[in-house]
Design a protein around this ligand. Structure first.
Ligand SMILES: [Zn+2]
Length: 174
C-alpha cells in the first residue's frame, strides 16, 4: 500500500521552512523574509508551546549564531504580533511573552497557561462547548452593534507538573 503525499515539502536544508499561512501573512503585510525574520519564526516553530520574552529570543538567536540587533528584534517581534504571526501575552511581572499564533480555526480551542512555568496547553477536547460559547458571545456583540473579531480564550493557573511540588515542606515544618 503506497500513500501519496498531498504536497511534497520543499524545504531547503539551510533555510527555515516557513509554513505557507505564515508566508502569506508576511507577504500581505509587506514584511520581507529576512534572515532574522526566518530565524525568529523558526525559533517559535521549534517550541510552539513555550512563551518567549524578548530577552529569551535574543539569547536563543545568539546561541544559534543568528545574532540580531536588540532594537531590530524588538521591532520585528512587535511587527509579527501586529500581523498575527505571533501572539503577545503579559504575565504577572508585566513581561511580554510571545507565542506562535494559531490559525483562525483555533479561535474556539481554549488554552490553559501555567503562570508558574508559562507553558501553554491547548484544550481541543473543550472545543465543542467553547464554540457554542463563542457563538453566543458573537451574537451578544452583534446585538450591541459591535463587530466581534478574534476571540482569545485562555485559562490561567498552575499546571499539573508545577502543582506537584517536590520541595513540599511537609507536616513537620514550622
Ligand atoms: Zn507549570
Amino acid at each position: 500500500m503506497s500513500r501519496t503525499a498531498p504536497r511534497a515539502p520543499s524545504d531547503s536544508p539551510e533555510a527555515t521552512t516557513v509554513p505557507p499561512e505564515i508566508q502569506a501573512r508576511l507577504a500581505q503585510a509587506g514584511l520581507r523574509r529576512t534572515l532574522a525574520t526566518r530565524a525568529v519564526i523558526g525559533l517559535f516553530l521549534a517550541r510552539p508551546a513555550q512563551g518567549l520574552t524578548h530577552a529569551q529570543v535574543l539569547a536563543a538567536l545568539a546561541s544559534r549564531g543568528a545574532a540580531v540587533n536588540r532594537v531590530t528584534l524588538y521591532r520585528l517581534l512587535d511587527r509579527l504580533a501586529a500581523i498575527g504571526v505571533l501572539e503577545r501575552h503579559t504575565d504577572d511581572d508585566r513581561t511580554w511573552r510571545f507565542t506562535l499564533a494559531e490559525g483562525p480555526d483555533a479561535d474556539a480551542v481554549p488554552r490553559f497557561e501555567c503562570d508558574a512555568c508559562h507553558q501553554q496547553f491547548r484544550l481541543p477536547d473543550a472545543a465543542g462547548p467553547t464554540r457554542a460559547v463563542v457563538e453566543q458571545l458573537q451574537h451578544t456583540l452583534a446585538m450591541l452593534g459591535h463587530q466581534g473579531g478574534r476571540i482569545d480564550l485562555a485559562v490561567h493557573g498552575t499546571c499539573a507538573a508545577c502543582s506537584t511540588c517536590p520541595g513540599d515542606p511537609g507536616p513537620d515544618s514550622g
